[in-house]
Design a protein around this ligand. Structure first.
Ligand code: FCB
Length: 451
């Protein structure tokens, strides 16, 4: 047994996202999001489900906050649904939408839980997608308009603001691979689009700061370590290129004020449509960075892939490694490696781990869920977090993904990531063993690592 301990004021919490838990897809004036449209398109979601009802959190938020309180959470990271606030994406503000988040925030504060709000966790108003969505440079000012409306209303009570959740994931899956909403696969548009995403972050930061001075402003990255599939020199280069495309293309403009030189070289035939002043906007100082961590990835050389000549080796499996129900390798070192990169390469910001967790096939036995694999997963990743902290990374908090089982994007309801089980037929919440373990950890600010 090794004792793993954390500082007294460490912000222990759980994270969720609007489309994954709220439901109430057509209530109180909410507009349609790209995920509403996408999930209703036959064949897009594994189990044919949608987020129409999800965990019905929109109606059950009081009970859900009471549950968080019982679990001793100190922080709660949630996201705001843009089309609830601006049904048409811009223009008219829907006060009923704002009210929902206002009541949620009051409920959290009354329970002594610090709210951390993400402005964009992937549910873009369909009305904006119809105008080109992230491919339209105007998205930066649309995002600022939306951000301003939200922060004006909640900024007196919410102190932690996050602009975008995992920019590269929604840009790549949504607009390059087309596997996520809105289902576009357009290589030609992708790079200028990615610049619009980064620019929107910058406009968002500015909008938050213009409305409140006391805010802690940040953004959330997922920067999985990308390792070469073999020892060959080609694969090493492929891994580096893939890391540039997936990770550095997003962290570096925001944290260092420039696009990575090696990737710019590879893209020299593309007009990125970067305008004077853009990089200054994108790289305004932040108060913290959020980091989401699940696993690592492998890359191999592939001459058929334009520009980066690299592909993700999704078939590359490690013998004897454990895999989650998502097929993701349990690799606790991922959290250590990612955290160290922020310290060593990306300006040494204050970091909150804003998501970390795992899906396993949980089963309900005699009213209980003994998810020991999830507990072990969390223990290992937290021990690696602790190690990064003792090596100097300024980690100030940790949010488990996720509070309750929910709609896992294209996986529908087939993947359970929660520390609390949801019986979707009755919407009953049943804390899993991991929730009890997490509560004890929070109370003690640490845990004993077996072995
Ligand atoms: C992250 C997303 C989150 C959830 C987890 C499993 O990439 O931010 O919404 O789907 O993966």
């Amino acid at each position: 047994m090794t004792a793993v301990t954390f500082p007294e004021d460490f912000l222990w919490g759980a994270a969720t996202a609007s489309y994954q838990i709220e439901g109430a897809a057509n209530e109180d004036g909410k507009g349609v999001s790209i995920w509403d449209k996408f999930s209703h398109t036959p064949g897009k979601i594994k189990d044919g489900s949608t987020g129409d009802v999800a965990c019905d959190h929109y109606h059950r938020y009081r009970d859900d906050v009471a549950l968080m309180k019982r679990l001793k959470l100190r922080g709660y990271r949630f996201s705001i649904s843009w089309p609830r606030i601006l049904p048409g994406g811009k223009g008219r503000v829907n006060l009923e939408g704002l009210d929902f988040y206002s009541l949620l925030v009051d409920e959290l504060l009354a329970a002594n839980i610090t709210p951390m709000a993400t402005l964009y966790h992937w549910d873009l108003p369909q009305a904006l997608e119809d105008r080109g969505g992230w491919a339209n440079r105007d998205i930066a000012s649309w995002f600022a308009e939306y951000t301003f409306a939200v922060v004006k209303h909640l900024g007196d009570r919410v102190k932690f603001w996050i602009t975008l959740n995992e920019p590269q994931i929604f840009a790549i899956l949504g607009y390059l691979f087309g596997s996520h909403a809105p289902g576009v696969a357009n290589l030609h548009n992708y790079f200028p689009l990615s610049h619009n995403v980064n620019l929107a972050h910058g406009y968002g930061v500015e909008a938050i700061r213009s409305e409140t001075r006391q805010a802690q402003v940040g953004t959330v990255f997922q920067t999985p370590p990308i390792h070469p599939a073999t020892n060959s020199r080609e694969d090493a280069r492929a891994a580096r290129n893939m890391d540039g495309l997936l990770n550095r293309w997003y962290t570096e403009p925001v944290l260092l004020g420039r696009y990575p030189e090696d990737i710019l070289k590879l893209l020299n035939t593309i007009d990125l449509k970067i305008e004077t002043g853009d990089l200054e906007k994108i790289s305004q100082p932040l108060d913290f960075v959020g980091l989401n961590v699940y696993t690592r990835m492998f890359a191999r050389h592939d001459p058929n892939v334009p520009f980066i000549e690299s592909t993700l080796a999704t078939d590359h499996k490690i013998q004897d490694a454990q895999y989650t129900a998502m097929g993701w390798e349990v690799y606790p070192q991922a959290i250590y490696e990612s955290l160290m990169r922020f310290k060593e390469e990306w300006g040494d910001p204050v970091v909150y781990v804003t998501e970390n967790g795992a899906a396993f096939e949980d089963s309900l036995k005699d009213g209980e869920i003994n998810d020991s694999r999830r507990v072990q997963y969390l223990q290992k990743y937290l021990a690696a977090t602790q190690k990064a902290m003792s090596d100097g990374v300024k980690v100030k908090g940790y949010f488990v993904w996720t509070l309750i089982d929910n709609f896992e994007w294209t996986e529908g309801y087939t993947q359970r990531f929660g520390i609390v089980y949801v019986d979707y037929a009755t919407q009953k919440r049943i804390p899993k063993a991991s929730a009890h373990w997490y509560r004890d950890l929070i109370e003690a600010n640490g845990f004993d690592l077996p072995g």
